[in-house]
Design a protein around this ligand. Sequence first.
Ligand code: AMP
Ligand code: MG
Length: 407
Amino acid sequence: MRSVSDHQTVVAALFGEPATVTVPVADAHGSVLVTDVVAPIGLPGFDNSAMDGYAVRSDEISTATSESPIRLPVAEDIPAGRTDELTLAPGTAHRIMTGSPVPGGADAIVPVEQTDGGVSIVQIRASVPAGKHIRAAGSDIEAGQTAMRAGTRLGAPQIGLLAALGITDVAVASRLRVVVLSTGSELVTPGTPLQHGQIYESNGPMLTAAATEAGAEARHLHYVTDDVAAFRARLDEISDEADLIITSGGVSAGAFEVVKDALAQSDDVQFVKVAMQPGMPQGCGHYPSPRGRRVPIVTLPGNPVSSLVSFEIFIRPPLRAAMGLPPHREQTTARLRSDVRSPAGKRQFLRGELRRTDDPDGILEVDPIGPPASHHLRYLARADALIDIAADVDTVPAGTPVRVLVL
Ligand code: AMP
Ligand code: MG
């Protein structure tokens, strides 16, 4: 049997270096910048008002109080969007709205709350120091400064900054197109009544969600039955549009193992037993597409827990790396809250629930939940960690610190 880490190396070798594409900012959400972004303009682009109020020359209102306000004629209204360049004549005020350009000659804004709100003449009831309530041009970022570094993942705030800088297109690491194809003659799509012996197709939606969560552009294909010709035909249809194919089912030791039967003859895909539980039967390699591309393919076992755990252990880390993303899952140590038995010679990944403790060192505790059997989806759906038990261990008593992967 192949060790988990050896199989991780083999699967990781299927992935190439991140490729670069230039895409519109709106399509870059979730992608990673491959070059620094230099600000083409400053932000703010011009001195503008931080308040609704009146633009003034601060020395003209330095004695203003509520008992003896200073009266100034209002020479202009500056609502948002005025594009002409104004100058404040001495002895006047301009009524100005938040974000509007400060007129030349003005050096402070008096908030409307410190005035009578006058339209033709305003009474100013408080002094303001020079510079007050003015957002200076370039105070957020100056033109020519680095706005974001290569390697930044573009979430909502980053998209906001790009748009504010007026940037339309960015160079990002390409997101891989992942297709997920389940196999099984027992499968039925949710929404259709089940006959005896049938089950709902759950690996396809689950693995598609997992690949999407990992940052890929994932597509869920309709499952195929355990029919070699149908399976191959489906792969031929989609492989030219895929950067990674993930299949589920049909790789174990029984009869009618469609994935194995379809792919084992070629040298392109290898099927192995990996010393782990869940997830022993594994396969990976390349699928030769009709147009001659060698598309990486990972064939996961059909048991739902095996399928998702295998995705986490073998696919997720190199898939993210190939899109320029960090591994993202935290690996830490937690103390077991109950005894664990583990099959000798197999590395076991148990579902776990983490608990914070009052421990001053901040060590976590973890409850192993559910049996090791790989069809218990309920516990998988409850788990927030995978407990990683080494292959050479068969019992681990409660209290022992163990490695956990935080989901
Ligand atoms: P297999 O790997 O095809 O031998 O399937 C192993 C187990 O996983 C069987 O109990 C299957 O019914 C189940 N299984 C296979 N594929 C799926 C799927 N897409 N969704 C849910 N269960 C599945
Ligand atoms: Mg099957």
